[in-house]
Design a protein. Structure first.
Length: 190
């Protein structure tokens, strides 16, 4: 199985990235192949609402560093999105990617039961690291984005969420979170 992993933190060794790497290490031991992009190192913009992907193209018209990322999703079986929580939501880097997935929707997506150009059956792993320890805070992030990724045909979705992870290195100290990352990989790839 092919994994596309997007790290949405500006910190290359941040907590969400550490959790993602533990997931990937386990998945690769089980035979998966992973491709990782650190979104903060790419030069790209958010969706420009030009509708070119709905009128004369079946892909995003923008020619920036996100083009390769978007093309990689066609062949991926599993998409891993790893992000810290910033102001109650995903990072700006991750949000810009998510907005650009608009290009995968067919032109009549609002009324078409087959909304996406992507092959159905992909799996989504959403990794969220938040500094606030209260699990009720920002609990809606996953469900908000899961809703739209289901439109893209992602049938199985998994959440790995770490609360109270604030300082660099905190995630690596949390055995429960690292075990959850390993267990999730085992569930998907075993």
């Amino acid at each position: 199985m092919n994994i596309l992993c997007l790290l949405g933190s500006p910190r290359p060794d941040g907590n969400s990235a550490a959790i993602a790497r533990r997931f990937l290490k386990t998945a690769e031991k089980l035979g998966a192949k992973a491709r990782v992009f650190e979104l903060n190192n790419l030069n790209y913009t958010g969706c420009q609402a030009c509708w070119a992907c709905k009128t004369n193209l079946d892909r995003c018209i923008l020619e920036d560093d996100l083009k390769e990322v978007l093309e990689s999703l066609w062949d991926a079986d599993v998409l891993v999105l790893a992000t810290p929580v910033y102001f109650g939501d995903v990072s700006a880097q991750m949000k810009a990617f998510i907005d650009r997935t608009f290009c995968y929707f067919v032109p009549d997506y609002a009324k078409n039961p087959n909304r996406s150009r992507l092959a159905p059956g992909k799996k989504l792993v959403f990794i969220i690291a938040q500094g606030h320890p209260d699990e009720t805070r920002f609990a809606g992030i996953f469900s908000r984005y899961e809703y739209f990724f289901k439109w893209h045909g992602f049938e199985d979705t998994y959440l790995i969420r770490a609360c109270g992870i604030y300082h660099p290195g905190d995630a690596k100290k949390r055995k429960d979170i690292m075990k959850l990352a390993e267990d999730t990989a085992n569930k998907i790839f075993s």
